[in-house]
Design a protein around this ligand. Structure first.
Ligand code: NAD
Length: 258
């Protein structure tokens, strides 16, 4: 409890899925949370659920003016910004030779440009404060290649790279920047048909933990990196993926699952 006491946090894509769970956990831990998302009714409903410690702000992460308005609102209301979680993202499936330029660019615009704009929007404030933590939600797909996800994978590698640059540029101003790399997680993005956990887990037999992750499990890792407990973590990448990025099994050889 109280691991984020008196801290002001912005969580993009905070209206549902992992972002919503992160918003709930941050409020439990004492933060004031700005839920920033394009989904207005979901975001407003979550803010009502969380009470006085949360508010909703409509933000399209790919829009510079939206970011400026959000940061001005946060500073007017709270006078500081301690944490930014760049969590908003979209995912589009398609083989490279089927993927449209439009879909590729839209994915880059939300996932990568959105993360850049977020870092840029809070950087001068956090530098002035000589304190702050930025957590960029990448993916296990920012650590490896995956078929059918050219746009998504490219952006998640980009987010990982951007994290390193921001860690270098902001670290000596007291601002830490780290990335989280979730594996498969049971949200609308990870489980669009809403299949029951036992069903989805059948598709995770190549993962050492042999199951899908829950939004709470990712939120806890984000909480750690956002909190002062991670005071010496900067530019690091935390895989929260049940071991998926650790390697691949040679089925039939010792040590593989039965
Ligand atoms: P989700 O689709 O449930 O939530 C994504 C949120 O981002 C939504 O609330 C959506 O409205 C918001 N969003 C989309 N475009 C936006 C924009 N332009 N501006 C503002 N908000 C926007 O997905 P999720 O699973 O909760 O994903 C959260 C993060 O975790 C994403 O960065 C995703 O890439 C990453 N991730 C997810 C998985 C998974 O299996 N679910 C795995 C690895 C990484």
């Amino acid at each position: 409890m109280n691991r984020l006491e008196n801290k002001v946090a912005i969580i993009t894509g905070g209206a549902r899925g992992m972002g919503a769970q992160t918003s709930r956990l941050f409020v439990q831990e004492g933060a004031k949370v700005i839920i920033a998302d394009v989904l207005e009714s979901e975001g407003q409903a979550l803010a009502r659920e969380l009470g006085d410690c949360a508010c909703f702000h409509r933000l399209d992460v790919s829009d510079e003016v939206n970011w400026q308005e959000l940061v001005e609102k946060a500073m007017d209301r709270f006078g500081r910004i301690d944490v930014l979680v760049n969590n908003a993202a979209v995912l589009v499936y398609g083989a490279i030779d089927e993927l449209s330029k439009r879909d590729f660019e839209r994915t880059v615009s939300v996932n990568l440009v959105g993360t850049f704009l977020g870092i840029r929007a809070v950087a001068s404030i956090m530098k002035m404060q000589q304190a702050g933590a930025i957590v960029n939600i990448s993916s296990v797909d920012g650590l490896r290649g995956v078929n059918a996800l050219a746009a998504y994978v490219s952006t998640k590698w980009g987010v990982r790279g951007l994290t390193k640059v921001a860690a270098l540029e902001l670290g000596h101003h007291g601002v830490r920047v780290n990335s989280v790399h979730p594996g498969g997680v049971d949200t609308i993005m990870g489980n669009p048909t809403g299949a029951p956990r036992e069903e989805i887990n059948k598709h995770f037999q190549n993962v050492p933990m042999q199951r899908v992750g829950s939004p709470e499990e990712i939120a806890r890792a984000t909480l750690f990196l956002a909190s002062d407990e991670a005071s010496y973590c900067n530019g690091s990448e935390l895989a929260v993926d049940g071991g998926l990025a650790a390697g691949a099994y040679y089925l039939g050889l010792p040590g593989a699952p039965l």
